[in-house]
Design a protein around this ligand. Structure first.
Ligand SMILES: C[S@@+](CC[C@H](N)C(=O)[O-])C[C@H]1O[C@@H](n2cnc3c(N)ncnc32)[C@H](O)[C@@H]1O
Length: 376
C-alpha cells in the first residue's frame, strides 16, 4: 500500500522542503541564478539555510563540485568567503561571470554597445565548425558568429560569451521538448508534444541575443544590490587534483551522481562556439560511463578522494554538508573511505514541477565531520 501524505512527510525536515506556493520558481531562479540554464543545480534557499545551520557568521566555505555556482553566489549574498571548483570549463565561466564584481557603468555601456553594433550588422560570421554548421540554421549561425566576433573586444567579454551561449542554446535546431539532450538536429517542421501543434525549428538568433543581453544586464544589476564584497574564488580543474586554497569552515556541495547527467555534453554548443577546454574524461560519474559495477566503484573512489581532501582542509570544528539522492546507498562507504563520520541526516522533499521530471522526489542532506579528529 502506498504511504499516506502524513507518513511521507513525517520523516522530512520541513524547513528544507518548500512547496511551489512557498517558494515560486522566480524566487528559486532570482537574479544571477537564471543567467544560463543548467541541469542538476540545487536551489539557493537550501544553501542559505545550510549556511545558517553549519557555517559561522563571516566564515569561509568550499564547494568542490561548484557547477553553475549556486554555493558561491549564495555565499556572497550571505556574507561569506568561498572557493569552488569544477571540471567543466563552461561551468567555471558561468560561475565567474555570476560572482565577479562588475563595474556597473562599464558593464552597461559595453553590453549596450555590443548589442547596438550587432544590430547594425557589424561583426564577422567566419570560423564555423562542423557542429555549428549542423546544429544551426544558416541565418542563426551567421548571427551567432557575428556576435561572437564582437564580444572579444570588450572588458566584459566573458559576460557577452555567456549571453552568446544562452542564445545559441535557444537557437539550436531542436524540438521544443528536447532542449536538454537533443540527439540529432531537427531539420523540418515536427509535431510538438509541448505546444500540441506543429512547430518549426528556430531559424534566427538575433532576437535571443537581444533578449538575453538585456536580461543579463538586469540580473547582474539586481545581484549587485544584494551581494556583499566577500571573496569568491573559482578554480577550473579536477577536484581530485586541485590544490585547495587555504582552510575552510565548511564544505557545502551537491556531487555528481553516477549515470544521471553529462555535464560537458549539456553545454556542447558553448564548448563548440567558445572553443573551451573539454575535460569530459575527468568527469566523475558521467552518465556516458553508465552504472556498471566498475563505473560505480570508480565513482565511489573518485568522490571519496575529493571529500578526503576537502576534509583535510577543514578547520577543526568544520563540517562537510552533502546534498544527494543516494538511491544506490553509496555514501556510507564513500564517507568511511574519506575519513568522515555521519553526524546528522536531513531528508527533504524536492519540488519539481517541470515537464518530464515531475513527481515525488526526495533527497538527503548528509552532515559529516572528520573522524580522526573527534573519534568514531
Ligand atoms: C550536481 S552538479 C553541482 C551543481 C551545483 N550545486 C549547482 O547548484 O550548480 C556536480 C558538478 O560536479 C562537476 N564535476 C564532475 N566531476 C568533477 C571533477 N572530477 N572535478 C570537479 N568537478 C567535477 C560537474 O561538472 C558538475 O558541474
Amino acid at each position: 500500500m502506498a504511504a499516506t501524505q502524513e507518513q511521507l512527510y513525517s520523516g522530512l525536515d520541513l524547513d528544507l522542503s518548500w512547496s511551489e506556493r512557498d517558494l515560486p520558481e522566480r524566487e528559486r531562479t532570482k537574479h544571477v541564478h537564471r543567467l544560463h540554464p543548467y541541469l542538476g543545480k540545487y536551489i539557493p534557499q537550501l544553501v542559505e539555510e545550510l549556511f545558517r545551520r553549519h557555517v559561522p557568521a563571516g566564515g569561509r566555505v568550499l564547494d568542490p563540485f561548484a557547477g553553475s555556482g549556486t554555493t558561491l553566489v549564495q555565499a556572497l549574498e550571505s556574507g561569506l568567503d568561498s572557493a569552488g571548483m569544477d571540471i567543466a570549463a563552461f561551468n567555471c565561466l558561468l560561475t565567474s561571470v555570476k560572482t565577479r564584481e562588475h563595474n556597473p557603468f562599464v558593464l552597461e555601456r559595453e553590453l549596450r554597445d555590443a548589442l547596438a553594433r550587432f544590430e547594425r550588422g557589424e561583426g564577422s560570421a567566419s570560423g564555423s565548425s562542423a557542429y555549428v554548421r549542423a546544429w544551426f540554421a544558416p541565418q542563426a549561425r551567421a548571427e551567432l558568429l557575428r556576435f561572437r566576433s564582437l564580444a572579444s573586444g570588450y572588458e566584459h567579454a566573458d559576460v557577452l560569451r555567456v549571453v552568446l551561449a544562452r542564445a545559441a542554446r535557444s537557437a539550436r535546431l531542436t524540438t521544443h521538448f528536447d532542449l536538454d539532450f537533443p540527439r540529432a538536429p531537427q531539420q523540418g517542421p515536427y509535431w510538438c508534444h509541448k505546444h500540441r501543434r506543429e512547430c518549426r525549428p528556430v531559424e534566427h538568433a538575433a532576437h535571443f541575443v537581444r533578449r538575453y543581453t538585456l536580461d543579463t544586464l538586469t540580473r547582474l544589476k539586481e545581484f549587485a544590490r544584494v551581494r556583499t564584497r566577500r571573496e569568491a574564488q573559482v578554480l577550473h580543474g579536477d577536484a581530485r587534483e586541485v590544490a585547495l586554497p587555504g582552510r575552510f569552515d565548511a564544505v557545502v556541495t551537491s556531487p555528481p551522481y553516477p549515470g544521471l547527467i553529462d555535464y560537458h555534453e549539456q553545454h556542447r554548443y558553448a564548448y563548440e562556439l567558445l572553443g573551451l577546454d573539454d575535460l569530459r574524461e575527468r568527469e566523475i560519474g558521467a552518465a556516458a560511463r553508465g552504472t556498471s559495477r566498475a563505473a560505480l566503484a570508480a565513482y565511489v573512489e573518485g568522490i571519496a578522494g575529493v571529500l578526503a581532501a576537502c576534509g583535510a582542509a577543514l578547520k577543526p570544528r568544520g563540517r562537510v554538508v552533502i546534498v544527494v539522492n543516494d538511491r544506490r546507498d553509496l555514501y556510507p562507504e564513500i564517507l568511511e573511505r574519506a575519513g568522515l563520520g555521519l553526524e546528522q541526516r536531513y531528508r527533504r522533499h524536492v519540488n519539481r514541477r517541470t515537464g518530464r521530471r515531475a513527481g515525488e522526489y526526495f533527497e538527503d542532506v548528509l552532515v559529516a565531520r572528520r573522524t580522526e579528529l573527534h573519534g568514531p
